[in-house]
Every structure is written in structure tokens, then in C-alpha cells.
Design a protein around this ligand. Structure first.
Ligand code: DX5
Ligand code: ZN
Length: 232
């Protein structure tokens, strides 16, 4: 079992490029092309065609990506029964595993199981799920992911209302005195990255804006990070 020693720098704004927006025939090149762009982790969207109407990567792809990059692999499981697949994804090289509240009736137990596998544990909520549903598990997770689009496909527009939920989750993390990261995922680009940070997100997932950038993924990553941090 890989021993993930990944500890994100607290207080920094982190960019997690989503390889869903990369060319699946050249994933290794896409990940290597991120070098120098400031990406702090790689966001890997796993979809089963049931929880979301799309299919993407399995454990073999995660294992291949593991060989291609030193960057932490943060898996976003958009699958039903995620608790059945934690060990295989951890063995494939995941550093973080995020599961959805909507398909995890025993979310607290599942988050504990992820941590038992030496992976950072994340809990995600869809746009139609109220932020307070995470209140009682924030202390059990290292990351709270607020979907800013309906999950399943990249290239969508960020849903502005979801930023109110980011504010709510941020407030609750602070009220409980936790170090849980707050992440936004979906439609994040140079136009809204700053608003995501101002709402309380410290981890920005971005696919299309990074891999679709005319200057290439590293330039795309730098552009989103510069927008998020006001160029700091
Ligand atoms: C969608 C995924 C997101 C998506 C983000 O279900 O969870 O990670 O790939 O890609 P963009 O930035 O293109 O919306
Ligand atoms: Zn995602």
C-alpha cells in the first residue's frame, strides 16, 4: 500500500488540474506538460456511468498515472458504493480519495476507512445538496469538495449560487476550528477563480481552463493560479 505522506501547505491556494479535460490518449504527456505550472496535485475524476452519466478512469489508469508523476493524485469518486473500491484505488497509488455524500449512507465510516488506507479523505456535495450535510463529518475529512457544476462532464459553466455554499462550509470549518480544506470543482477559470477564493475555497479544481489554454497546460495552470491569488 503506498504510504501517502502528502501534507498540503495550509493557507496557500492550491490548483488541482482535472485530467478529465486532457487528451485521454496522451495522459502521461498531459501530466508532464503541467510541470512548471504550479499545480500542487492532480485531480482524477472516476466515473461509473451510474452515479453520473459518464465513464472515465479505473484503477489501471490511476496506476499508470502514478508512474508518470510525483504530484499527489487526488481521486474524485463519482461512483456508487465507493466504499467497495477504496482499497483498490489506494493500492493503485491514490494520495487522496473523495467520495460523494449522496452515495455514502455511512459517510463517517467511509472517511475513516480512507484515512486507514493512508489517504487523505474527502467528502463531496452536489449543487442540490445543502452545505450543512457536511457539518457532522468535517472533522473526519481532510477536504470538503463543493461541486460548482452538476457532476459528470467538464467544460460547464460554474453555477454562481454554489459559492454561497462554499462560504457556508468555510464558516463551519472555522467555527469547528478545523484544518479541513475547502475545494471547488467545476467551471473554475480565470474569470471566477478569485471569487472562489473570496468565498473561502483554498483548492481549485480546473480542467478546461488549464488543458484548453492556448499556451498549454502549464500556462493554463499559471493563469488560473494568478487569477485566484490576484497575481500574488
Ligand atoms: C466533473 C468533474 C470536474 C471537472 C472539472 O464531474 O468532477 O473535476 O472535470 O473540469 P472543468 O474545469 O472543465 O469544469
Ligand atoms: Zn472532479
Amino acid at each position: 500500500m503506498p504510504r501517502s505522506t502528502w501534507t498540503p501547505c495550509p493557507g496557500a491556494i492550491h490548483l488541482a488540474p482535472s485530467v478529465l479535460a486532457a487528451d485521454f490518449g496522451h495522459l502521461a504527456d498531459a501530466v508532464r506538460a503541467l510541470e512548471g505550472g504550479g499545480a500542487e496535485r492532480i485531480h482524477v475524476d472516476v466515473m461509473d456511468g451510474v452515479f453520473v452519466p459518464n465513464f472515465t478512469f479505473g484503477t489501471d489508469t490511476v496506476r499508470s498515472l502514478r508512474r508518470e508523476t510525483e504530484l499527489p493524485l487526488e481521486l474524485h469518486l463519482m461512483i456508487v458504493d465507493p466504499e467497495r473500491h477504496l482499497v483498490t484505488f489506494a493500492r493503485a497509488g491514490a494520495d487522496g480519495i473523495t467520495v460523494h455524500y449522496e452515495v455514502s449512507p455511512h459517510l463517517h465510516r467511509t472517511l475513516g476507512a480512507i484515512r486507514e488506507l493512508n489517504c487523505r479523505a474527502g467528502a463531496a456535495i452536489n449543487p442540490s445538496t445543502a452545505a450543512h450535510h457536511l457539518d457532522d463529518v468535517l472533522e473526519a475529512c481532510d477536504l470538503a469538495l463543493v461541486m460548482t457544476i452538476d457532476p459528470g462532464f467538464g467544460g460547464q459553466e460554474l453555477i454562481p449560487r454554489t459559492l454561497h455554499k462554499v462560504e457556508q462550509v468555510r464558516r463551519e470549518v472555522e467555527r469547528q476550528g478545523l484544518a479541513t480544506e475547502v475545494e471547488v470543482d467545476g467551471g473554475v477559470d480565470t474569470a471566477n477563480a478569485r471569487a472562489c477564493v473570496e468565498a473561502g475555497a483554498t483548492v481549485l479544481v480546473s480542467g478546461t481552463a488549464v488543458f484548453g489554454h492556448p499556451g498549454g497546460p502549464a500556462a493554463g495552470a499559471r493563469a488560473v493560479l494568478a487569477a485566484a491569488t490576484g497575481g500574488d
